[in-house]
Design a protein around this ligand. Sequence first.
Ligand code: ADP
Ligand code: MG
Length: 233
Amino acid sequence: MEASRLVVTSVTKSFSTAGEPLEVLSGVDLSLAAGQSVAIVGPSGSGKTTLLQILGTLDEPDSGEVQIAGEDPFSLGPTERAGFRNRHIGFVFQDHHLLPQLSVLDNVLIPALAAGRPDGETVSRAESLIESVGLGDRITHRPAELSGGQRERVAIARALVMEPDVILADEPTGNLDAKTASEVTALLRQLQSDRGVVLVAVTHSRALATAMDRCFELREGQLVRDAAFENVT
Ligand code: ADP
Ligand code: MG
């Protein structure tokens, strides 16, 4: 059996407030093997972004454990952890954070720049990812010259360029019309499952949630299986 790429065990997280500490995550468990995808739904304020920040190693849990590709990123110091994040995790955000002055190719290469000047192999991989997301004829364009759906495709190519184990997506289709959203979702799913990458997508969209293998609702700080959102068609 394929070893799990992402294992979350009993993760808790509270924030200090003026009064009582606010417990946002109160024992989150999740285990995903290569190529699996999961949607996380829940009302605003339920802790979805907090969980994604922890999975992305950007914020530490108070207790519990996260393992990505068999390693505990929180056992690493800040510099090593940043390197680990860069090699193992790809991010796709709603507002995609593309740099306006850079071409599509250079935007996709941003994660590779952390390791120095990208080598020929990395540039070829970026070009082939840009082809895969259907933007082969837009490689020298700037983000302002692209539609919202095309920009999201650039963000997907960028998330994959370092060949990560895990992709984390926060409302990846939140700014797109329904048709474009479903095209971008299908593309993300296809690339992720073909490459054996784990995908965790936080969303309000039923359409996006039902496109994933499994769906959980974040309820009272824990992940609860939500079969109503799962793909039964
Ligand atoms: P969601 O993404 O599901 O809308 P969040 O994870 O952003 O929810 O937030 C969950 C709760 O934690 C909210 O009540 C929010 O106000 C609180 N929260 C998030 N980040 C912080 C922080 N850095 N300090 C204090 N409270 C926070
Ligand atoms: Mg959020």
